[in-house]
Design a protein around this ligand. Sequence first.
Ligand code: NIG
Ligand code: FE
Length: 407
Amino acid sequence: MLTLISNIKSLIQTRSENVLRVNGLNMKYLPQIDDAYLIVENGLIHSFGKMSELPMLQFAETFDASDRLILPTWIDSHTHLVYAASREQEFVDRINGLSYAEIAAKGGGILNSARKMADADEQQLYEAAAARLEQLIALGTGAIEIKSGYGLSTAAELKMLRVIRSLKENYPRIPIKASFLAAHAFPLEYRENHQGYIDLIINEMLPQVAGEGLADYMDAFCEEGFFSVAETEQLLEAGWKYGLKPKIHANQLHRSGGVQVGVKHDAVSVDHLESMGQEELDCLRESHTIPTLLPGAAFFLGMHYQPARMMIDADLPVCLASDLNPGTCPSGNMNLLLTIACTQLKMTPEEAVNAQTINAAAAMELEESMGSITVGKKASLIITKPVPSLAYLPYAYGENLIEKVIV
Ligand code: NIG
Ligand code: FE
């Protein structure tokens, strides 16, 4: 059964199947076809091209997309979508002068979310997460990575991961990947016994997580005051024994060594990257690891932004993700992220779209099936309202310019 979308003002991010990520200067280039058609067959992209070359086929359905842009859906490769409660009091505390690290040190932050998670009912957690996911899909997100990490105990980490598994089962059209992030913070009772908690993760949690097939990736928050490089290293090695590739939090607050340890252990991505230097750039350039920027957190915390231009100049395949979480980035809106990337990271609209589509697909290992308009890939599409140009999307921030999302 063929569906035709005709008269598309511009079909954006059209690629041949051998382009699986774009780096450096290539990120400036966002291929598009004006006055285009797109044919979908059984949920996959069948063909596309200029309207003047539309093949004579029998279509079961036809949509007219005059004046509208079509893009591949956003891919959000880093979220903490499952959580038990919002944390707006910490937001107010920060306005009144406390820093994120100070709030964390006095038991707020991640530990605050962990206390709420311990008592949370799995069904309610699921319903809240599903409602958030549906909002995000309506905002154009077509694939999403979700982390555990507010459990910090075996029972609560497993509870979070089972919620993610239920989301996978109930939203089969949205590829979902789960990351196991018990190493998000040290629970209070392990503050003075780091090795005790690491042993718990490695010897008790990991075997169950892997045994039930609950995670795709191994995550850790490699940061001063959280998990050291040596501690991160133990965790990543243990994850690999169960086939969990690393995808880690690195260099948010300091040049923590997180990038180097991630690359050393073949991380799919290293995420955050507010604090970067030449050594980190060189190490990433020689790797297959995707540098993922989370400027939504820097925006919300009022902290310095990731040096995106420096990374693009260093020829890296930069990715953008939301970091949706109740503490440092309560929004998973990738349209707003596009504007933040343009205005604060000085990325061009084309670079930012590449970072949120094709490179984001690579950051979730979905590059063979998503991230671009390519024959055979999933027809996971954003259809905009009538807009004058692509740059209008980040320009007219705060306006919802999405007319329809097809997943
Ligand atoms: O990615 N950086 C560490 N973890 C989260 C924040 C978690 C929280 O404060 O709840 C992040 O920003
Ligand atoms: Fe995060």
